[in-house]
Write a protein that binds this ligand. Structure first.
Ligand code: NAP
Length: 397
């Protein structure tokens, strides 16, 4: 029997569920390898918690193109919409095709406006920093605006030349003729719905602070707007629950502290004082860079889970790409997809099953069992194939 997960206006399940049907896109490149390692772990974690999860395979990327001549068939988007909560592996960007990025296309088509990436170190995982245990942050990256909106035109094109003429003639700007140009749209609506979701998450999880990360010192109206609109919504919709860094100790007491940092400083802070940052909310491009930088501190891209979330819809996904040079070699680390699956279980109201997976992963690492990426950073330990690593985690559930 199919069970569709219904979500309320806070993206919480409308009622407790014990069965869930979840569409899955295994993805391109290393996608099938990591999905085969992940699937039994999610099924078993649910089963031992008295739950049942059923996966519905759907296609996108190369597999879809071979079968349907489309990289992103409408039927796939319809299924993701129908079942509300899905899981996906990485998708390659078709070269020379009409779609800039399948991942960006899915985010836009389903209006999954927040990319949520928890970055937390698991004991036993080798890390390039001295104290990876100090890193425990959740990034909320705006997914639909900024320079990622897809509004750019090549040098010498009619569109670029028209735009340059307009800004030079009407706005008295000085853009060099013949340049390639792009637009960076950022709105109060887009920024505030992202910050709203981040604040609700922080309050629910009893997190101490939320930082708005921006480059508003230089891009005053776009990135600076993000900062201003972020503070505004905290003051208007979460008055009494939030305070700023400059408020008095009495006002701050027991409230979520909202602060802001300029992006370049935030990169340095994330290395020097990571324990002072908990939730980070930021525009699209800052989020893209900072997610991978923080992932590096906890072991690399193979360890970083994520989700793209909108209102009542969520697609959980491995943060990394298709890693084409490792495709089909049964080599890469499946932990990013395993942890994204654990995040999904928590999202649908099965925290015990989710915790079991994280504990089994930590136990596996603690025993010195690693895929190639971590084995090359670790001193000692044993190198396993992707499928062997998956089985090792399954045995430790
Ligand atoms: P990538 O696929 O993320 O791989 C970059 C490097 O990261 C790999 O060469 C590997 O490093 C490491 N890596 C990635 N996944 C790993 C895993 N599971 N375990 C261990 N190490 C892992 O980035 P890319 O090569 O720039 O992009 C390839 C394609 O993926 C492009 O078409 C891109 O558009 C797409 N992409 C898709 C997504 C997505 O689906 N969300 C995200 C990013 C990129 P080493 O070589 O050092 O071992």
């Amino acid at each position: 029997m199919e069970t569709i997960i219904e979500l309320d206006h806070n993206n919480l399940p409308v009622r407790p569920i014990t069965e869930a049907s979840v569409p899955v896109i295994a993805g391109d490149g290393v996608g099938p390898d990591i999905w085969e390692a992940t699937r039994p772990i999610l099924e078993e974690a649910a089963r031992t918690d008295g739950k049942k999860i059923t996966f519905i395979p759907v296609i996108a990327g190369e597999a879809a193109f071979k079968q349907t001549d489309s990289y992103l068939p409408d039927a796939t988007l319809d299924t993701l919409k129908k079942y509300r909560v899905s899981l996906k592996g990485p998708l390659g960007t078709p070269i020379g095709g009409g779609i800039r990025s399948l991942n960006v296309a899915i985010r836009h088509a389903l209006d999954l406006y927040a990319c949520v990436r928890p970055i937390k170190w698991l004991p036993g995982v080798p890390s390039p920093v001295k104290h990876p245990e100090k890193v425990d942050m959740v990034i909320f990256r705006e997914n639909t605006e900024d320079v990622y909106a897809g509004l750019e035109w090549p040098a010498g094109s009619q569109q670029a030349d028209d735009l340059i003429s307009f800004v030079n003639d009407r706005l008295q700007a000085k853009v060099r003729p013949g340049s390639a140009v792009g637009l960076k749209p950022m709105s109060a609506f887009g920024s505030q719905r992202l910050v709203r979701m981040a604040v609700k998450w922080a309050l629910r999880e009893k997190r101490p602070n939320l930082t708005l990360v921006h480059k508003g010192n230089i891009m005053k109206f776009t990135e600076g707007g993000f900062r201003t609109w972020g503070y505004e919504i905290c003051a208007s919709e979460f008055a009494g629950l939030t305070a700023t860094e400059n408020d008095s100790p009495e006002i701050k007491s027991g409230r979520l502290i909202i602060k802001d940092r300029i992006a370049d400083n935030m990169f340095m802070q994330s290395l020097l004082r990571p324990e002072e940052y908990s939730i980070l909310a930021m525009p699209n491009l800052n989020g893209d860079y900072l997610s991978d930088c923080l992932a590096g501190q906890i072991g690399g891209l193979g360890m970083a889970p994520g989700a793209n979330i909108g209102d009542g819809l969520a697609v959980f996904e491995a943060t990394h790409g298709t890693a084409p040079k490792y495709a089909g070699l049964d080599m890469v680390n499946p932990s990013s997809l395993i942890l994204s699956g654990a995040m999904l279980l928590e999202f649908i109201g099965w925290p015990a099953a989710s915790e079991k997976i994280k504990s089994a992963l930590a136990k596996t690492f603690d025993e010195g069992l690693f895929t190639y990426d971590l084995a090359r950073q670790a001193e000692g330990g044993k190198k396993l194939a992707c499928s062997e690593f998956g089985r090792a985690v399954l045995e430790r559930l």
